[in-house]
Ligand binder design. Structure first.
Ligand SMILES: [Zn+2]
Ligand SMILES: [Zn+2]
Length: 368
């Protein structure tokens, strides 16, 4: 694959602000991009690694299909729904608040305990270790919908056939690409953190936990108060496999659907769109057009009425004192990125006028 020339300079600890610094950088962080290192690792993914990824991508889906006749008429109880919902919520927000808004884009700063907790919570989603996820996603922002993007649906062209192929690629097949994003280039800040490297190394154990814990909880949470194998298998199926599969497809839809069909309320350099019907299931990540227009913004559903549960959770963390320096939507900044025909007003949590707010209150929290 031809390499796209690097566009970012990385002298010193800061990067020159430009549209290409979509990764967004916390000026105090270590340089996030290293010019000398190529985007793709020199050693491609081995066949064994590809098979492992393939098993984790497709096995939950296939297990789901194969298990339907087995489970038909056998049971789904409210215990399974409660356990599944809790795991969906924790692991999903681990991805959106943790892996994405915090680790990839530095939308806020976190106390050390929250930092580790977010890395673990994201790992529960079985979407890969945090450093791998962040590296791929930063590469996505660097090239979005151009050559070098790991998962653009427009990879093969614009006609229907090419788009169908591209959607399959963007949704799942890219995960099997032997070209691996260089972590040294895209996530040196995370590689430099021994605690994060430890969570990364524990990823297989966290995967075992995310699949088996629902079974154990379900097994013990039986009506008679004794361990029930029936309840354990049922919880494993619904709160383990089905929950992981659902979240996988919601996350992957951000890469496929949210670069294909939806509204463009904002000006971005790519084909990202806002998709309202995915907002609740994706915890606000489907307001993807705003996200590409302003990648560091902590609230993606920045317009009035755009539900963004991840932003709400970041606000809870801020109120608890665990998160700080949150980059809430900024009226001045966002107004410069509105589409020409946009009429809807900005929602809560927006900094209405940065200068005035700062003058009035130095430790500006500015939540509306
Ligand atoms: Zn992003
Ligand atoms: Zn995107």
């Amino acid at each position: 694959m031809a390499r796209t020339p690097d566009v970012l300079e990385t002298s010193g600890a800061t990067l020159a602000p430009s549209e290409d610094t979509a990764l967004s950088l916390d000026p105090s962080a270590a340089p996030l991009l290293r010019k000398a290192v190529p985007d793709i690792d020199e050693t491609p993914m081995t066949r064994a690694q590809q098979i492992t990824v393939g098993v984790f991508v497709f096995a939950p889906m296939l297990a789901l299909l194969a298990a339907i006749p087995f489970f038909w008429g056998w049971g789904l109880g409210w215990h399974d729904i409660v356990i599944g919902a809790v795991f969906y919520w924790v692991s999903g927000l681990g991805i959106t608040v943790g892996y994405h808004r915090y680790f990839t884009h530095s939308s806020f700063k976190a106390k050390p305990g929250l930092r580790v907790a977010l890395a673990i919570a994201g790992s529960l989603a079985m979407e890969g270790p945090v450093v791998t996820w962040v590296s791929d996603h930063r590469r996505h922002h660097k090239y979005s919908d151009k050559e070098g993007d790991p998962h653009s649906p427009w990879r093969y062209g614009d006609n229907t056939r090419a788009l169908a192929k591209g959607l399959a690629w963007a949704h799942t097949l890219w995960l099997l690409d032997p070209n691996q994003t260089s972590q040294e280039k895209f996530a040196p800040d995370l590689l430099a953190d021994s605690k994060i490297r430890k969570v990364d190394a524990w990823f297989p154990a966290i995967v075992a936990f995310t699949l088996l814990a629902p079974a154990v909880i379900g097994g013990f949470w039986s009506y008679a108060g004794v361990f029930s194998w029936h309840a354990a298998i049922e919880a494993f199926f619904w709160a383990g496999l089905v929950r992981v599969t659902l979240l996988h497809h919601v996350t992957w839809s951000i890469n496929s659907i949210c670069h294909t069909w939806g509204n463009t309320d904002w000006q971005s350099r790519d084909r990202s769109v806002n998709v309202a019907w995915l907002a609740i299931a994706s915890f606000g990540e489907s307001w993807h057009n705003l996200h590409h227009a302003d990648p560091t913004c902590a609230r993606h559903g920045a317009l009035k009425g755009q539900i963004d549960q991840s932003a709400r959770v970041i606000q809870w963390f801020e109120k608890a004192g665990w998160a700080y320096d949150v980059r809430w939507p900024d009226e001045v900044r966002l107004n410069a990125k509105r589409a020409a025909d946009a009429t809807r007003s900005l929602g809560s949590m927006t900094k209405r006028n940065e200068k005035a707010a700062k003058a009035a209150k130095p430790a500006d929290k500015a939540a509306a």
